[in-house]
Design a protein around this ligand. Structure first.
Ligand code: ACO
Length: 333
């Protein structure tokens, strides 16, 4: 019997209309366009409307990915959403809500929580489901309304994050040349306190104390996260390239998590990637967590840079701490 492989067949993304730029942030906290640009490379981020939720953005990204795959909705047999800003904490899952809004019923649907690594974690799960023969066409989506957990009086975090969604279809194929080659996903919970949203949860259920102390907002040890991110991302890329006997010059598009330009630059330099190989969207979207990687892939797709068969290397890290990398060719049209 021939082996079944998982193939990345389409991409879609969505960024909300409203833009929050550095000048606007200058009015909100003690910061400057110059500081933000120099330390992060971020110029603007997109912010969802009050009545626009994580599932709504996810649906818009999924619709594009489905349309571009040429598949009917009926062909999709698994829907997974990566998010740390779900519509509800935690029932129903955002994947269930997205499936319903798309009109995809009676298929398995669930969320995962791996912060910014969520989309690449989903790739590993989709790959496993497909290679085992359990599913044929998997819809994966990273969607975040990060503005719902950001404290816009905390200059250490509010300058970094934005909202958005990105989705992809992963399909079964018997053609090994079209396969997702490898996905590495890992975590180290001992660094859990680097990035935390303390409430609501079983530790701090909703209460007046939660509101008074702002425990519902993301807290971050920025500088510690920065240093660990550079180290982890660099090592992770070295490992996956070595494991697959691939040299960095063979990669057409290096798509790193879009957290901070300085992190991307440090990793890119350490791995000797040319500027043309590195995909950058952090300037316009900021850090959109689980949506960051698929939004970046969508960007090169829509600008015509991404062609069928191009070799991509994805690399990400996030709260948990989690990290993940993937080697794959783009098999969309
Ligand atoms: N404007 C002006 N000054 C600021 C700002 C700001 N927005 N934020 C911090 N500062 C100040 C600090 O108070 C500090 O002042 P001090 O020296 O008087 O104490 C000074 O700038 C330096 O602070 P650092 O935190 O050391 O600055 P750093 O160069 O590390 O930059 C930043 C901060 C941008 C947050 C950086 O550390 C970073 O990007 N870290 C990585 C964060 C990250 O990637 N998080 C996402 C993980 S993914 C996920 O799962 C969500």
């Amino acid at each position: 019997m021939s082996k079944t492989y998982a193939s990345f067949v389409s991409i879609g993304a969505y960024a909300p209309e409203k833009i929050l730029d550095n000048k606007m942030l200058e009015e909100m906290v003690d910061t400057s366009d110059e500081w933000i640009t120099k330390r992060t490379g971020i110029k603007t981020r997109h912010i969802a409307a009050d009545n626009e939720y994580t599932s709504d953005m996810g649906v818009k990204a999924c619709e594009k990915a489905i349309e571009r795959s040429g598949l009917s909705k009926e062909a999709i047999d698994l829907v997974m959403c990566a998010t740390v800003t779900p519509d509800y904490f935690n029932m129903p899952s955002t994947a269930c809500i997205i499936s319903d809004k798309l009109g995809i019923h009676n298929v398995q649907a669930f969320d995962i929580s791996a912060a910014c690594s969520g989309f690449v974690y989903l790739l590993s799960i989709a790959k496993a489901f497909i290679e085992s023969g359990m599913k044929k066409n998997v819809l994966i989506v990273g969607s975040e309304k990060f503005s719902s957990i950001v404290d816009y009086s905390d200059r250490g975090t509010c300058i970094l994050f934005g909202d958005g969604a990105g989705a992809a279809i992963i399909s079964a194929t018997s053609d090994k040349t079209k396969a997702i080659m490898d996905v590495h996903a890992s975590a180290d919970g001992s660094y859990g306190d680097f990035l935390v949203t303390p409430a609501p949860g079983s530790v701090h259920p909703a209460s007046q104390k939660v509101l008074d102390e702002g425990l519902n907002f993301v807290k971050m040890k920025g500088n510690e996260t920065f240093k660990l991110a550079v180290k982890t991302l660099t090592q992770d890329v070295k490992n996956i390239l070595k494991h697959n006997a691939i040299e960095s010059h063979q990669i057409k598009h290096f798509v790193p998590h879009q957290a901070n330009y300085r992190i991307i630059k440090a990793v890119g330099d350490a791995l000797k990637f040319d500027d043309e190989q590195i995909v950058l969207t952090v300037d316009k979207y900021g850090n959109t967590s689980a949506a960051s990687i698929p939004m970046a892939i969508n960007d090169i797709y829509e600008s015509g840079r991404l062609k069928t068969g191009d070799l991509m290397l994805l690399d990400t890290f996030g709260g948990g701490l989690t990290w993940a990398s993937a080697l794959l060719t783009f098999q969309g049209k």
